[in-house]
Design a protein around this ligand. Structure first.
Ligand code: ZN
Ligand code: MN
Length: 482
């Protein structure tokens, strides 16, 4: 058995959520619009048109490069990358070759170890970040012998991020991508939804014997449409290459596609000859010169990054690490939590509500920004007390109505005349009654039979018509049986 080390490098494209496209003033919200309705002569590549760079896209890509620890180039230029493909109307893509937005970055990957309650310190080096435009989309109608082209996406601003080959496991690659997604969302520059193609990833992977001076033969893997498929495809490649090397067979330098249904990568084309894109400077866009203060000013706009927020949730708001991890991936959730705490909410109770209860509504209504969806911090503040004031069932009913109607939970409680069970004397009375009526279960419980306790709580719930909080019922029962 040879001791083989895996080396992975990633190339990621992230769409920027600017209002307009990269080089024209077409709307950048072309997703789900009728084909070829969000286009103009510039993004359709008509002869004689001139591109005008989008200032916001430049600013946001500098912001991202800062967040990835890159050195920002004060002088930047655009270049033409020439290739022929039917979704590329100009026959070239405007990209950046040797003076990109940023270079030589370093990103701390978010990999929280629940055993030690600490962030694992894993860093991924970034080779470069540059700005370019997206191409259109080809549509292949089922059973037809022709292909259609939709240019709505043509000209969408893209950031391309290239890592150095420093990642050593498929899991690490996945964690890195998730970190990138979070950073882009935290900076509010992209929704970075991988399933929707806002974030796309190509990977290259090679295996070499430990201590070898050179990396092994690289294989490129494409068609990775989810974080899970990145991990699975790389795991498959790792195994496939290991087997070949252990049998002293050769690895072919090629591009392979991930087949999500068959769980394997499939050879697409050989990569022996690198394509020649005949890059040259884009003659229609002058070189861009930025001042250091402009670039520094953009860095100052970065308020929070996921790495610091996770620490804040755990160390300052004292959330359980597991809860903090399920929350912090969405910056809007983090802000909603903080806004609710600022109104006097209990961080732990609010977090419990958001993680345990809101998740199903998020799935149902598919919102990203909870406050824009219509749930105000005041709502969540009151909703986080429902379980104590009432019980699980009433909590569920109120939340369901709240997400459906966007009415305040307080109003919903009043409207439905839900009864609180606050009077502890009344609760004690009912529980004592239950004890008296169920002596057999009481002695079973005292003998250590746990089912007996469940039975007694069930009786209490029945007597109160489900209007008592089960935790409270449990606690009171325990107290009275001592
Ligand atoms: Zn356009
Ligand atoms: Mn690219």
């Amino acid at each position: 058995m040879k001791n083989l080390i895996t080396t992975i490098g990633l190339e990621i494209h992230i769409q920027l959520d600017t209002d307009s496209k990269m080089f024209c003033n077409c709307s950048n919200f072309a997703e789900n619009k009728a084909p070829n309705t969000v286009v103009c002569p510039v993004c359709m590549g008509m002869p004689g048109t001139l591109p005008v760079p989008n200032k916001k896209a430049i600013e946001w890509s500098i912001k991202m490069a800062h967040a990835l620890g890159c050195k920002i180039n004060l002088e930047q230029k655009f270049d033409r990358k020439n290739y022929f493909y039917p979704d590329l109307p100009k026959g070239y893509q405007i990209s950046q070759l040797d003076q990109p937005v940023g270079m030589n970055g370093n990103v701390e990957v978010i990999d929280f170890d629940l055993k030690t309650n600490k962030l694992n310190k894993v860093f991924v080096e970034i080779e470069r970040l540059h700005l370019e435009e997206d191409a259109g989309k080809l549509v292949h109608p089922n059973g037809k012998n022709y292909t259609l082209v939709d240019l709505n996406r043509a000209g969408t601003p893209l950031m391309e991020i290239v890592t150095r080959p420093v990642i050593h496991s498929p899991n690490e690659a996945k964690m890195f991508l998730e970190t990138l997604k979070m950073i882009a969302q935290y900076l509010r520059i992209s929704r970075a939804d991988m399933e929707k193609g806002h974030l796309r990833c190509d990977a290259n992977i090679s295996l070499a014997e430990e201590g070898a001076k050179e990396l092994g033969v690289k294989v490129e893997v494409k068609n990775l449409n989810s974080f899970r498929s990145v991990q699975r495809a790389l795991e498959f490649e790792e195994k496939r290459q290991r087997k070949l090397l252990e049998n002293s067979e050769k690895i072919i330098s090629e591009t392979r596609g991930w087949d999500e249904k068959r769980y394997k990568t499939i050879s697409q084309r050989s990569k022996e000859i690198a394509p020649d894109y005949r890059y040259f400077p884009e003659p229609d866009i002058p070189k861009m010169q930025f001042t250091k203060s402009y670039v520094d000013e953009i860095q100052k706009q970065i308020i929070s990054l996921p790495q610091t927020i996770l620490t804040e949730l755990i160390d300052e708001l004292h959330l359980d690490p597991q809860v903090a991890i399920s929350l912090f991936g969405n910056i809007f959730d983090v802000e909603h939590l903080k806004n609710t705490v600022a109104l006097g909410g209990d961080a732990k109770k609010v977090a419990r509500l958001m993680v345990q209860k809101y998740t199903e509504f998020r799935k149902q209504y598919r919102f990203l920004d909870i406050e824009r969806f219509g749930i105000k911090p005041e709502y969540t503040l009151y909703a986080s007390t429902l379980i104590e004031q009432f019980n699980n069932k009433i909590e569920n009913d109120v939340l369901k109505e709240m997400f459906e109607t966007k009415k305040s939970p307080e109003y919903i409680v009043r409207e439905n005349k839900y009864q609180k069970m606050e009077n502890s004397g009344q609760i004690n009375e009912i529980i004592e009654e239950v004890i008296k009526e169920n002596q057999k279960a009481v002695s079973d419980y005292k003998a250590g039979k746990m089912q007996a306790k469940g039975f007694l709580v069930g009786q209490i719930m029945k007597k109160t018509k489900g209007q008592i909080n089960p935790t409270l019922a449990n606690e009171t029962l325990e107290k009275l049986l001592k």
